[in-house]
Ligand binder design. Sequence first.
Ligand SMILES: Cc1cc2nc3c(=O)[nH]c(=O)nc-3n(C[C@H](O)[C@H](O)[C@H](O)COP(=O)(O)OP(=O)(O)OC[C@H]3O[C@@H](n4cnc5c(N)ncnc54)[C@H](O)[C@@H]3O)c2cc1C
Length: 379
Amino acid sequence: MRAARMKELGYEGKVPHVDKENYGTFSIAINSLYPTSVHHGMFESIVKVLGSDQQVSEVWDDIVDYKILGCYAQTEIGHGSDVQGLETEAIYDEATEEFIINSPSVKAYKFWPGDLGKMANHAVVFAKMIIKGEAYGIHAFFFRIRDSESHTPLKGIEIGDIGPKYGYPYKDNGYMAFSEFRVPRSAILSRYVSVSKDGMIELKGDPRIGYATMLWIRVQLLFFGWQVKFSNIAQCVRYTLKRKQFKSLPGTDIERPIFDYQATQDKIVSAICYSYANLTISHFCMDTFYKMEEKVKNEDFSMMNDLHVLISSLKAYCMDYDMTTLYNLRELQGGHGYLYLANIPGWIDAWSPNVTLEGDGYVLFQQTSRKLMKKLKSV
Ligand SMILES: Cc1cc2nc3c(=O)[nH]c(=O)nc-3n(C[C@H](O)[C@H](O)[C@H](O)COP(=O)(O)OP(=O)(O)OC[C@H]3O[C@@H](n4cnc5c(N)ncnc54)[C@H](O)[C@@H]3O)c2cc1C
């Protein structure tokens, strides 16, 4: 009901940026992360960014109708931050015009993709493309992974749920391994790279556009972040106005609301200021991302570098500071703040993986400093 009302408000223009891409808002409305968040946030986005017009038009209606439910299979047991270190192989077989997808070792098992453990019937799989014995870097392949009738993994694919983890308790993060699994040549998402029948590669534009999906998710996290904080701030303000401790007002016998205390106000006002800053910058990032997307459609990649630095460093900073803010809001609700009934522990659980997923904060700060040092040298 609340989610439906949020959508109506969005169409009436009363809530900013409520559209089908903004599932964060609906998550707040239902007080939980959206179950198909990876399908919407990552899978849809990577198909749109890396798929050719023809590929997108062939699958888009089914994606929107949930006939195709997808996941984003990049991270492996052996490598996460270092994407170039991924070991899943896509070996081109010229005779059959197919790619053979293989996990050469247990380190190459895909590990962590959300929506994979139980739900997904398709995946975008990142693999090292090998043609005539030569490796040509990591590329994205789109294909079915589970049977359309029985929903069991297709022959040559092993899939499972990775089991309970801290944060995202309800998300079916999964693992996936390949053994001589064949996909057609057309499985490679081919807006920026294509392979001819005889194994010739054509690269178009800037291959780093593949990271656009990660950038988009980082923007979404920034955008989602202020909504999570404001909803918890509102609750915290209500609680601290009602909750009373100590008859410490001189000359009176009345108990003081904990909101009266300077330390409480300091935490709440800091959280409000930070959340407004987060709101403003996330709108800026989203608008700028859309501008970059338009330019990229015309093969103009000039905005990518600076936007990457801005969004990545903000993601690293905000995800970390969000946790400090949520802990402060939890502390202001004392013992009751530990109850899952109080909502905030659920959000602390749900938000905590964001410091690591979509780019570990430390690694992102390192990348940002490297870029800034480079700019400094060029001044
Ligand atoms: C809840 C959750 C959901 C996820 N969903 C998905 C998904 O849908 N699809 C998907 O593909 N992946 C997913 N992931 C995986 C996630 O993207 C990776 O875990 C993340 O990118 C970090 O990589 P890693 O685990 O290899 O960490 P590592 O890179 O191994 O990092 C471990 C530590 O080493 C440090 N470190 C790494 N490199 C350096 C360096 N150069 N210098 C100094 N320190 C360094 C890091 O700062 C960190 O402290 C998910 C993860 C989680 C937790």
